[in-house]
Design a protein around this ligand. Sequence first.
Ligand SMILES: NC(=O)c1ccc[n+]([C@@H]2O[C@H](COP(=O)([O-])OP(=O)(O)OC[C@H]3O[C@@H](n4cnc5c(N)ncnc54)[C@H](OP(=O)(O)O)[C@@H]3O)[C@@H](O)[C@H]2O)c1
Length: 406
Amino acid sequence: MGGRRQEAGGRSRRQEQEAGAGGRRQEAGGKGSRQYAVFPIDFVERRLGWAAPRCIIHPMQNKEIRFASRPAGMPTLDNFQIVEADVPKPNDGEVLVRTLYISVDPYLRGRMREGRSYVPPFEVGQVITSGIVGEVAESRSPVFQPGDVVTGMLGWRLYNVVKPGELRKVDPRIAPVTTPLGVLGMPGLTAYFGLLDIGQPKQGEIVVVSGAAGAVGLTVCQIAKIKGCRAVGIAGSDEKNRYLREELGVDATINYRTVQKPDRQEGISNAGGMLHALKEACPKGIDVYFDNVGGEISDAVLPLLNHGARIVICGQISLYNLDKADVGPRPHPYLLVNSALMKGFIVSDYAARFSEGVTQLAQWLAEGKLKYAETVVKGFENTPRAFIGLFAGENLGKQIVKVADA
Ligand SMILES: NC(=O)c1ccc[n+]([C@@H]2O[C@H](COP(=O)([O-])OP(=O)(O)OC[C@H]3O[C@@H](n4cnc5c(N)ncnc54)[C@H](OP(=O)(O)O)[C@@H]3O)[C@@H](O)[C@H]2O)c1
């Protein structure tokens, strides 16, 4: 089964981003991955005059990114601290993993807040964790060999010591090694189960997706198309919307940043130009709304719901940086008169079915029915910056940090 990448002008979107094209800022390569200094044998023999081993391995330096303080509003670089550390030694049964790619995700903002949620908050001083793809540098476990590519929820470190049960092998022959962080990982599965299990889209129905050009959103849009629906995407730039229409076949798009606002119609305060734009894009109403952002964008969907509509509450990114609870319209009357369903979910609710989801997503990829985009920022030290960039819409598709070459 061959993985597919989103092609743009003959190159994958990821290649384009790494090359600095497509309007994406590129940070210069990080200073992180300088652990192995390998000199040619003849150089060693000539300069040092002693029989050389196959290579010289300099003492390795580790770095880690700690959660320094809880953000008030939008996170800033001050909320993170980059610290040098020793490379840990694996004990019997453990492996040492060298980080190659780090996933930054909006839900991490929730973990920076104190209080009860579906995952415990980060403690101040703790190393931040998220999805990571790495390479086994040293193994004291029979399960993994040095050189194996693996993925797991690991610390934002150059090197992590990990128990084998926390890792999954990545097969680079199936798809590029970054895909377990995106289309074949948590975001892809979120799109798959949220849309199909809760949204239950049927042929010919109208599916509206907010956050449509992000990792989850662009997968939802494409699954809606695979299921024969009319897909309408809402995203924050004309370039993103063009990508959705021209590369992914999304039927109509709305740039929420340029619609006029606010006005007050149909009891939905501030829905304004968003409601107008949605009416134009969905003259027959909305059957499924996949909500990645919440707030005013989602308010505007309510008056357009069709009978039996389903609202999938996946994310509320527009609210994540608010310190006070947002006040919006009460959705209940709209749900009542339309016999509509509104349901939230966390992707881990579907853990028992993950292999089904990955198998189907990988098959669609191999068949060319599903594409993906990645925005890759280079350099370990730029991880906090890449995370903060999510809230400014700097990413198209999955936001990843490249730490080192395999
Ligand atoms: N329920 C679950 O289990 C689950 C799992 C994964 C993700 N999620 C949620 O799903 C959503 C998408 O996640 P993702 O990983 O795919 O992230 P993403 O969409 O790749 O990245 C975030 C995007 O959100 C948009 N955004 C940021 N601030 C916004 C605002 N104030 N109003 C409207 N849009 C805003 C930006 O795009 P624009 O340029 O369009 O503004 C940005 O690119 C998030 O809310 C996330 O928390 C939920």
